[in-house]
Each structure stands twice: as C-alpha cells, then as structure tokens.
Write a protein that binds this ligand. Structure first.
Ligand code: HEC
Length: 129
C-alpha cells in the first residue's frame, strides 16, 4: 500500500518543503541544474549569426574570452569589469543581478532566452574563472 502524496514529486518529498522554497528562491542557481563548466565554456565563445549584415554575437563580444580581463560593451563602448570571481569577488553574488543580466544578454546574443540548463552551464563556467 502506498501512502505517499501523489502530487508531490519524489525529490521534494524526500528533501522536504523547506528545500522546495530554496529551489524557487534560487531558481537561477546551479542548485537546480548542476551546470557543466566545459559546456559553459563552449557556449561562451559560440557565435550566433545575426540578420541584416549585423556581425555575429557571442558572450565574448562584450566580456572577452579571458574572464579575468575587463570587457568592453559592443554597443556603448563602456568598459565592463572582469567576469571572473577570482579577480572580481562581486561577481555572481547577487541572484537578482545575475538573473537580470542573463536574461538581457541571452536575448541580445542568442536572440532568445537561455534555457535553465544553458544558464546553469554559463554560471558553472564563470564560477571556475
Ligand atoms: C552587449 C554586451 C554584452 C554581451 C554580448 C553579454 N553581456 Fe553579460 N553583461 C553585460 C553588461 C553591461 C553587464 C552588467 C554590467 C556588469 O556587471 O559589469 C553584464 C553582466 C553579466 C552578468 C552578471 C554577473 C554578475 O554577477 O555581476 C552575467 C552572469 C553575464 N553578463 C553573462 C553573460 C553571458 C552568459 C553572455 C553570453 C550569452 C553575456 N553576458 C553577453 C554586457 C554583455
């Protein structure tokens, strides 16, 4: 006889509701999908062709391929602080900021929102830099 509640997924049932709250609060984080740093590294340099003669775009377009170096905004020309937490400890410390910029930057670069798995891979990669 099975007495478990049918509406609660197995993972949440065993981890408890407290964990479900944390997962929602940290929806951006690698806690949801274990990110793959190697996949994130590949995605970081992948070039996305743009219509209308616009040069192809990638994360490198503004952040450079070396995350320890400062970047430069492709549109405004403004300097961007290094992405690597090893040289810029403020990186990836504010979930709202991370979510906001991943949203913007995915749309600008890929022309669409990133999937949760793609975001997790990017973050896993950045974390290792
Ligand atoms: C058009 C220029 C541009 C491109 C292309 C771009 N970014 Fe950014 N990104 C920015 C700017 C500007 C900020 C906010 C300023 C800052 O944090 O220095 C930012 C911030 C971020 C942050 C927030 C980091 C933190 O915690 O401070 C993440 C994560 C990020 N970008 C990831 C990406 C990824 C992944 C890509 C490729 C899909 C990408 N960016 C492509 C301009 C860009």
């Amino acid at each position: 006889m099975n007495h478990t509640h049918p509406d609660v997924p197995i993972g949440l049932r065993s981890a408890g509701l407290h964990c479900a709250c944390l997962l929602m609060a940290a929806a951006w984080s690698t806690a949801v999908h274990a990110g793959d740093p190697a996949a994130g590294a590949r995605a970081w340099v992948r070039e996305y062709p743009q219509p209308g003669g616009v040069p192809a775009r990638s994360c490198v377009t503004c952040h450079t391929a070396d995350l320890a170096q400062p970047g430069r905004h492709a549109k405004t020309g403004k300097s961007i602080e290094p992405m690597a937490p090893s040289v810029n400890p403020e990186r990836l410390t504010d979930p709202a900021k991370v979510a906001k910029w991943l949203g913007r930057n995915c749309r600008w670069t890929l022309g669409r929102a990133c999937t949760a798995a793609e975001k997790a891979d990017f973050l896993a990669y950045i974390e290792t830099q």
